[in-house]
Each structure stands twice: as structure tokens, then as C-alpha cells.
Design a protein around this ligand. Structure first.
Ligand code: ZN
Ligand code: FE
Length: 252
């Protein structure tokens, strides 16, 4: 009939699903409709993650780990056994993540279909902590390095390292969606109000967070722009100020 069927490649965005597990962990499932790939980021446990994927008709093809803590890798073996998925994680922590198929370091790229994630080394919470940055979305899976109005505890690193991480993250596209691994926003915000009592943006945000939490709603993902305005660790002017705030928060 003379109809010319033009071949087009439709680039569809990722779908990201939040799976709340344990007390306050979030496992993220990122699904690429074009390739059918699905990655589970930091699966603390297996069954709720497998169930969430199955409900959507998604097949988990990969796991990306940010660090070795049990509440980030606990589901690795069981999900791999169930799906045959491929597991990527930080080279520096490979001895503590026995299920890894691929070890990555700063600057490596990891593909989800045709979507590229770049590995950022962000040590401090753990010595080999990494993040997965997808500038094309834009989004970042940040594990326990940056939280809404907070940052990870300094278990295996220094305030200088965490300050360098915060500086680095502050230069990402402000619209970058930040997928952190815990719902800590309300307690972080209570500290943020004390750390920066004159910060109107924190007060405004906390009012919204309190409403969301009282309705049982999640408060992440956040964005780089929102953290720049309200996160006392990202806003610390130097490593010693970050160190002071981190110590105060630990005792808060
Ligand atoms: Zn952790
Ligand atoms: Fe954690």
C-alpha cells in the first residue's frame, strides 16, 4: 500500500522500583524495557526482591553491590541461584563478597542494556565503597555514602575522604536522582535542624518529611539539588566541619 515502515529505535528510560526490606533498607530494582534486563542494587535479602521482580514480570539479570555490609549483599547468593544473574561489586572488597562475578574500580563502566553506569569510588563508610552513576538518566545508586540530609558513618575511612566524596557528588548534575539504601531521612533531618538552625530549606523539607513518614511513605530517592540545599554533610565547608558534624550526629 506504499506505506513505508520506518525503523526507529525508541530509547526508553529505566524504570526504578523501590523494595523496602528489613527495618529500613531499600533495595532498588532498575528495569530496562528495551533489553529486558533488570538489576537489583544492594539486595539485603532475596525473597522480597525476587517477589517484587516477579510481580512486574521482570527477570533479574544482574546484581550491583556498593559495599560488603551484610544488609547490602545478603541476598546475592540466593538471587543468583534462582536467576543465574551476574554480580558486580567493588574490587577492593571482593574478599568479603564471595559471590562476585566481576570486580570493578573507579571509571569502569557497567551496562544495563544500552544504559551505562560509571563506577565512582566513594570510600569512607567502608574502605572500598563504590557508587553506580548513570549520567544519561541521570541517577546514582549511592549505597550508604549519601543519605537524604545525611551521610554514612565513617566505619573504615576518614572525614577527609567523606568530604572529598561530598565535593565530588556536589558537582553532579543537580537533577541527578539519588538512590540511597536506607530510610534515615527523618532522623537525619532532626539533626540537620540542629546543625543548621537558620536553614529555611531544611525546615521546609522536614515539614514535608514528617507528613510523608506519618503516612508511611518513603522519602527517597532524593536529588543532588535538594541535598545541596539541606544536607549538613554535603554543605560542610571543609573536612573538619564534616568531622564535627559526623561526631555530633553519632552522639545525637
Ligand atoms: Zn553499610
Ligand atoms: Fe546499609
Amino acid at each position: 500500500m506504499g506505506v513505508h515502515a520506518e525503523h526507529r529505535r525508541v530509547v526508553m528510560g529505566l524504570e526504578v522500583l523501590r523494595v523496602p526490606v528489613l527495618r529500613d533498607n531499600y533495595v532498588w530494582l532498575a528495569h530496562d524495557p528495551a533489553s529486558g534486563e533488570t538489576v537489583a542494587i544492594d539486595p539485603a535479602v532475596a525473597q522480597p526482591v525476587l517477589d517484587a521482580a516477579a510481580e512486574r514480570g521482570w527477570q533479574i539479570t544482574q546484581i550491583w553491590n556498593t559495599h560488603w555490609h551484610a544488609d547490602h549483599i545478603g541476598g546475592n547468593a540466593e538471587i543468583k541461584a534462582a536467576t543465574g544473574c551476574f554480580i558486580t561489586g567493588p574490587a577492593a572488597e571482593a574478599p568479603r563478597i564471595p559471590t562476585l562475578d566481576r570486580q570493578v574500580t573507579e571509571g569502569d563502566s557497567v551496562m544495563l542494556g544500552e544504559h551505562t553506569a560509571y563506577v565512582l569510588e566513594v570510600p569512607a563508610h567502608t574502605a572500598g565503597h563504590i557508587a553506580y552513576h548513570m549520567p544519561g538518566e541521570p541517577l546514582i545508586f549511592i549505597g550508604d555514602t549519601l543519605f537524604a540530609m545525611g551521610c554514612g558513618r565513617l566505619f573504615e575511612g576518614t572525614a577527609e575522604q567523606m568530604f572529598a566524596n561530598m565535593q565530588r557528588l556536589s558537582h553532579l548534575d543537580p537533577e541527578t536522582a539519588v538512590y540511597c539504601a536506607h530510610e534515615y531521612t527523618q532522623s537525619n533531618g532532626r539533626f540537620a535542624l540542629v546543625a543548621e538552625p537558620d536553614n529555611e530549606a531544611i525546615r521546609h523539607r522536614m515539614a514535608e518529611v514528617d507528613v510523608a513518614r506519618s503516612n508511611g511513605e518513603a522519602t527517597v530517592p532524593t536529588t543532588i539539588a535538594l541535598e545541596l540545599a539541606t544536607n549538613p554533610f554535603m554543605r560542610a565547608r571543609n573536612a573538619s566541619e564534616l568531622a564535627e558534624r559526623r561526631a555530633a550526629k553519632d552522639a545525637f
